[in-house]
Design a protein around this ligand. Structure first.
Ligand code: IMP
Ligand code: MG
Length: 182
């Protein structure tokens, strides 16, 4: 069976709902950062679609930087060790930094990246996520959450299963089938 079989996916959040929510968060960001410049630090690869849409919707001057974080890699849903790359070369001193990730699950990725970015002494440091599963009891929660969802595995709009499905325009619940156990 193809890994792109439609039978494995149920639409959870449509492309239109995502775009509506982005328009709303942009209004909020433009108010919160009025007259200021921001540096968006995107966590690759999951934030790719969100950042692409965000920077085309926002009217604030913004610079985009990227770092890489991976905890699942090619292993599907089995979490591996968190690896973060690319922070060393960033100059964030005295900048308004907005950290953008695809999903806040255990919160471990955002927490660790947030700690590392704080050491760069930015003027301000906030975080924005597309989705939150609300399962984390970490004190450090994202400042902006586009959608809160139930604790199910999702794909699309940047989110992957074994590196596939990132290009889907909406967000889909991933259903287990005989071809996708792991
Ligand atoms: P955390 O460190 O547990 O918060 O996990 C964050 C990372 O795990 C995200 O940036 C995603 O790459 C990945 N992840 C967590 N839940 C899902 C999911 O439902 N689908 C796809 N990737 C996920
Ligand atoms: Mg991933």
């Amino acid at each position: 069976m193809s890994i792109y079989s439609a039978l494995e996916l149920d639409l959870l959040i449509s492309m239109d709902e995502i775009q509506d929510k982005i328009a709303k968060v942009v209004v909020q960001l433009e108010t919160d950062y009025k007259g200021q410049e921001i540096v968006i630090v995107m966590i690759m690869k999951g934030a790719i679609c969100l950042v692409a849409d965000l920077i085309r919707a926002i009217s604030l001057p913004c610079v985009v930087e990227s770092i890489q974080a991976s905890s699942y890699g090619a292993h599907g849903k089995t979490r591996g060790n968190l690896q973060i790359k690319g922070i060393e070369s960033l100059d964030l001193f005295s900048k308004n930094v907005l950290l953008v990730d695809d999903i806040f699950d255990s919160g471990n990725t955002l927490f660790q990246v947030h700690q590392a970015l704080a050491e760069k002494k930015p003027k301000s440091l906030k975080s924005l996520v597309l989705l939150s599963k609300n399962v984390s009891d970490l004190e450090c929660q994202p400042d902006y959450i586009l959608f809160s969802i139930e604790n199910r595995f999702v794909v699309g709009y940047g989110l992957d299963y074994k590196e596939y499905y990132r290009g889907l325009k909406g967000i889909y619940l991933f259903k287990e089938t005989a071809s996708s156990l792991q």
